[in-house]
Structures are given as C-alpha cells and as structure tokens.
Design a protein around this ligand. Sequence first.
Ligand code: ADP
Ligand code: ASP
Ligand code: MG
Length: 404
Amino acid sequence: MALIVQKFGGTSVGDADRIRAVADHVARTRRAGNDVVVVVSAMGKSTDNLLRLANDVSTVMPPRELDMLLTTGERISMSLLCMALADLGVAAASFTGSQAGIITDTDHTKAKILEIRPDRLRKAIDDGFVPVVAGFQGMSTDHEITTLGRGGSDVTAVALAAGLKADVCEIYTDVTGVFTADPRVVPEAHRIPRVSFDEMSEMAATGGRVLMLRSVEFARNHGVPLHVRSSFTWEPGTWIVEEDETMEQAIVSAVTHDTSEAKVTVSGVPDRPGVAARLFRALAEEGVNVDMIVQNTSEDGSTDISFTVPQGDLATSEATVENLKEALGFAGVTSDPSIGRVSIVGAGMKTHPGVTATMFETLASNDINIEMISTSPILISCIINQDHVEPAVQLLHAAFELSK
Ligand code: ADP
Ligand code: ASP
Ligand code: MG
C-alpha cells in the first residue's frame, strides 16, 4: 500500500462537475488500496478575483489582511471536495494549512515553509480518513495566517509529501505533463516523459509555470518523486527525476517564456568598487527579487547597469534606486515594463557547442533584437521586446526541432 499525495490545481477543481470528477479519482485511488492526502488550489480564477476585490477597496492592501483573504479560496475547494467525497462513501476531512501543521516564516504573501508538523494528518490517515488540505497557505511562527506566493499549492503538496514520507507526489493540472514549450503558445509542443530536476528548475525559473520553482527545489532536496499529469485525461504524464545515465540528454529539451518582469537601467554609474554592492543591497533590503543583471564596459569612468525585476516590484525598485542618486553619483534611472524573456533549456548543451549561435541567429533572422543575455550550463535566456516573445518561442521551438 502506497501513500500518495495528489494535488489538484485551479482548473482541475474549477466547477462542481470538476470537483465531482476529482472526488471520483481520489475514491478510485483509495479503493486500489492506497492512502491518499489531497491538496487543492482555489477554484478556477478565484485567487485573481479575490486580488481584484482587494485592489478595488484598498491601495494599501495590508499584507496580513491580503493573506487572510486569499486563503479563503482554497478553503472553499477543500470543503466542497470533502462533501463530494462523502457522497461517494469516502471518509474525508478538510484541513487549513495551519491545521495541517505547515509552519512558515512571517513574510506575508510570499512566506517560506520552515517546518511541517504532520501529526494531525498522520492521525487522520491512520483513522482511515483522506485528509484534504488547503494549498498555498500556512501559519507563521507568529501564529498568523500566511500564503506561499502565487502557484504555492505545488509547494504545499511537495512539502506534505516530504513530511509524510509519501511514495509519490502527483501534480494534477490542465495539461498532460511538462511540454517542450507552453502548449498554449506552441500547439505542436509535446509532452516530455521524463525530465531531470536540473532542467525542471531552469524551466520553472524562466516561466514554465506548470510547476512552481520552489516545489521543484523542495522535491529535489527531500527526494520526493514528482509526477505531473492531467486531471482531464488521467493518463501518465511527466516524471521529474534525478538525472541518470539511462536518460537521453537532449541538446535542447524545452523553450520557455516569461512576460512578468520589467527592466530597470541605471545610467552613468561611477565605475568604482562598492557602487553595485550598495545598489543591490538597498534593493534586497526592500525585498526586491532582482533576476538578470548586465553591466556595460565603462567609458570615461562610468557605466550603465541594467537589471530585471518582477513587474510588481518595479515602482519600489525605481524609488529605491532614485534615493541613492546623490550618494552614488549616477546620472539617471529609466525603466521598461514591456520586456519579455525567452529561454532554451537542455542538459545536452553542456557538451554541444553552437547552441547559443543557433539561438541568436534564429532571433536575428526574424529581426528580433536581443537586449540582455544570461546563461547557465544548461540555459540560455534572452530579454527581448514583449511583443516578440510568442513568435520567438515558436521560432526557437522549430529551429531546435522540438516538434519531432
Ligand atoms: P494549475 O492551476 O493546475 O496549477 P497552472 O496554470 O499553474 O495550473 O500550470 C499549468 C499551465 O502551465 C498550463 O495550462 C500551460 O499553459 C502552462 N505551461 C507553461 N509552460 C508549460 C510547459 N513547458 N509545459 C506544460 N505547461 C506549461
Ligand atoms: N490559488 C493560488 C494561486 O492562484 C495558489 C495555487 O493555485 O497554487 O496562485
Ligand atoms: Mg500552478
């Protein structure tokens, strides 16, 4: 008998029919002799709708109250699913993140899990219940309700699987697995049966939102087998595994994209030690997550520094940098919210020269200008104009023959 954690995303529990279909699948898994712990997201777009409501009543949106509001979405799903399970004769009980023993830090709206205290869930399982846990939330060390950041139910599922030493964590979603590109952008994209943690981390970090980045890191650190699959067709999906010699290393495995960032450029920065350190320390202290950074070669003792940040952090970033203008003696700050990132990921890149050239040639021959570049051993990312992102993904997917 296995212990299986099954996580169902927003579309998978989007309406009453979908909730009944999920209940049916959980009941079957149970009848097959497994113990099951379920993690649910909020129904459909309800987290977005709650955020919009908050925006309509407040410009301040105190983070504690925002978390209190957003956690209600998952509570609706968990109780409805337990009711649907009751109709099928399956004993189930719902648990909020706090009741499930998910202890986080105090960073509202993007809290990190510090500890799992799974005793209550363990007892429910031993008593023959299917615990249904509200994803995306926990309780802080200050006993406040917190959320884990957008897409955070994936982290809840993996953390519970680790805490309960589950045999597998199944992430059920609206696609049949991890694809060679977002199937909404590239209809010819196909499912990858097995992908390494390394590649999946790079994909998640560069916009492949099918798994939240932190869930991939957590799964790897705790040795949790992850299986991404469809709650519409229920067919086997993609396994995220440690790389081994039996895996064929594709040169390029996937193309990802992200349009959620903005670019900030600080011009005329004096080229002396300590300036960049002060700049990025100040941004870190404001909680800004800086991603890509490019510094030009200096001319006449000054240089330009460009970096990308989440669009939501743009106003804070500009204000923080502006505040340092006198102290650091740079010329000015500009920003561009309409950038996008397109990336190629592949473990085989490590040993194959020429991949970068092919990527740049593909963009160049379609008149797509590259504004920034960053690389890792298995990733090449380019910042381009947002309007060019979708065509760039399609062109790169074709250039690296990923439809085959
Ligand atoms: P859930 O609500 O189930 O968590 P998400 O919307 O967070 O679902 O993630 C699933 C979506 O991720 C898919 O509908 C798809 O459009 C998108 N996606 C982006 N990149 C990929 C990829 N490489 N493979 C599969 N899906 C992807
Ligand atoms: N409901 C939350 C969100 O939309 C968490 C999740 O779905 O994973 O971000
Ligand atoms: Mg998700």
